[in-house]
Every structure is written in C-alpha cells, then in structure tokens.
Ligand binder design. Sequence first.
Ligand code: CP3
Length: 348
Amino acid sequence: MVTAPGVRESLFLRACRRESVERTPVWFMRQAGRYMAEYRALRQNYTLLQLCRTPDLATEVTLQPVRRIDVDAAILFSDLLIPLEPMGIPFDFIKGEGPAIERPIRSAADIDAVKVVDPRDALGYTFAAIRQIKGELGGRIPLIGFAGAPFTLASYAIEGGHSNNFALTKSLMYGDPAAWHRFADKLATVVGDYLVAQIDAGADVVQVFDSWVGALNENDYREFALPHTRKIFETIGGRAPTIHFGVASGSILHVMREAGGDVLGADWRIPLDDAWGRIGYDRGIQGNLDPTLLLGPRDRLLSAAADVLARAANRPGHIFNLGHGILPMTPVENVQAVARYVREHSAR
Ligand code: CP3
C-alpha cells in the first residue's frame, strides 16, 4: 500500500525524516487503554486478546484517542506479545497481573521447538485491522505499526511474565549463549517479517519496542541484543521510517542507535538534550515526559512539558511523547492539555 501524499507530508512523517516542521508533532505511548472510559466500556464485553484479534474492535480502540485528543499519529491497537502465540508460545493476560506465558521457555530444547512462522499466514487479523484503520483515518494522520525487539520478547517468554531482575533471562543468556542467539534470531526473523507486512498493509511508520533492554549494560547489549535488533531494521530496509524505543536505556542509547532507528525513544530518566547528544543529531528523538506527571498537578505537568520542548530547542527531528506509556489512572483532560500545550508552544 502506498502512503497517501497528505500523510507523507504530515508533521509526524516530516519529523521522522528530520525535515523542518511548523510545530512539534505529538502522540502518546499507550494512548489507547484503561484511562479512557470508552476503552473500559469495551473491556466489559471483550478480553484484551479479543480486542487485538478482531479487526473491527482493534480499529475502534485505535481511533478512540484520535477522537478525544489532538494527536499527530494513531498507533495500531495490538500487543507486543501477539506474535508469540503462532510461534508456539501461548499466553494470556491475567487481570491485575499482566501477561502470563503458559509454558515459559527455559531450555535449549524449548528454544529448538519454537516455530519460525510467516506472520502473513498467522497474524492476518493484524493486517486486516491496519487496512481498516487506514481507511477510517482517510489520510488525516499517519498510522504507527509496532512490534517488540528480541530481548524484550524473549524476556517475557523466558520469565513467563513480568520480572524485576530478568534473572531467568540472563541466566539463559550467560549460561547457554548459543541457545540464546538461536532464540533471539528466530524472534528477529518473525518480527522483521511482521513489521514489513504491517508496512505493506499500510502502516506509515513502525516502532520497535525494546522496553526492558535497560536491564543490560553496554557490553551485554552489544553481545546479546544488538545483532538481533539490527537484523529487524535491516529487514525493514528503509521501507518506512522507524522508531526504536527502550525504557531506562540512557546509558546505551548510543549503541541502540547502531542497531537502527531513524528516531530513538528516550525515557524521562535522562534529560532530552543529554539523550539527543548521546544519540547524535543525525537521528531524531522521541520523548520524554514522565508519564506520572499526567496524574497532576496541571502547572507542574505543563512546566515539565515546556522543559522538554526547551531541551529539544526546535531542532528538526523531535517528536513529543512520554518516556513510557500512559498510566491507567491518568485523567484524560491532562493528556488533552499536554497535546494542546505542545501544539501552542512549539510553533516555529
Ligand atoms: O495505544 C497504544 O500504545 C497501543 C497499544 C499497546 C498495548 N500494548 C495495548 C495494551 C502497545 C503499543 C503495547 C505494547 C506493549 N505490550 C509493550 C511495550 C510498551 C511498553 O509498555 O513498554 C509491552 C511491554 C507489552 C506487554 C504488556 N501488555 C504488559 C506488560 C501488559 C500489562 C501491563 C498493564 O498495563 O496492565 C499488557 C496489557 C496491555 N496491552 C494493556 C493495553 C492497553 C492493558 C489494558 C487491559 O488490560 O485492557
């Protein structure tokens, strides 16, 4: 699918290409979700996985924030773990606990049983949703597709759910590097193909979430994560602009850059100007307001947004966002207020 000319010249895509813009584009990670009453209402009737796997529902949820908040991009409603199931790693979401992998990956034999599938066969509902969302957006704003990077996906598959220290993941990585690399390569193959298929279905930009990669130091990132994440960006091969995001990744941003990404995401632990200096001004940056500030008070929230804009200093290539996703208890009005603030205070 060819990106409509209007979308190509949108603020968001121009910022991804580090072209000059009239004002800074803004969107929010997890802009769809439980902080919105209309999302909670749908969740009364459907599970999270039903929302992800039913194109009509995924389309509706993707558009909910677009109707309420002045965002410059929509993001596909899906979840990071979606590709694991066809690879033979089924999971569910448990209320109040998050993801739960049915049979966590713990051994070389488990890894050898993981299937490298063609996402075009296995995940057709995602591409159907993308086509439907693109139709509904009618070229007004671009659509972001996404997937997880190998380290973050592997950590869920190995830990079985959320982890604070990634002990099982690192034990496998250090204890059997060859098996780790086979697993990460399988994930990179599927994720690379999945993102290309999302672009073919109409995604204008894709974001690679390596949310938990901040658990690695630079040497371990280079050895265990970088080659696999790089393979994903090489597979995408410039078909669409790319965003590469991690949490608590300030100390490895300069190496994540080597793996790929036209735009690198930064969280709030590092000032935006420091982060951009580490990344280099030949790449864009996305971020980096602390999502907790959205809980209030309003004056502190807006002065923090002003600080992010000041540190970006109107350089081409800044996309305003949070340092991580919107929290469930966030008042919608505060999200609306930040979007409005960025629109009004970033005019060039
Ligand atoms: O609006 C958007 O940003 C798109 C939707 C989106 C979801 N998950 C929906 C979702 C995106 C981009 C994701 C990515 C995702 N999923 C990541 C990477 C981004 C990040 O937050 O670091 C990760 C690590 C996951 C895995 C995941 N999914 C976890 C850990 C959880 C539970 C945590 C929680 O907030 O409860 C989920 C569930 C999930 N995925 C929800 C949503 C809206 C929770 C809502 C629900 O239960 O209805």
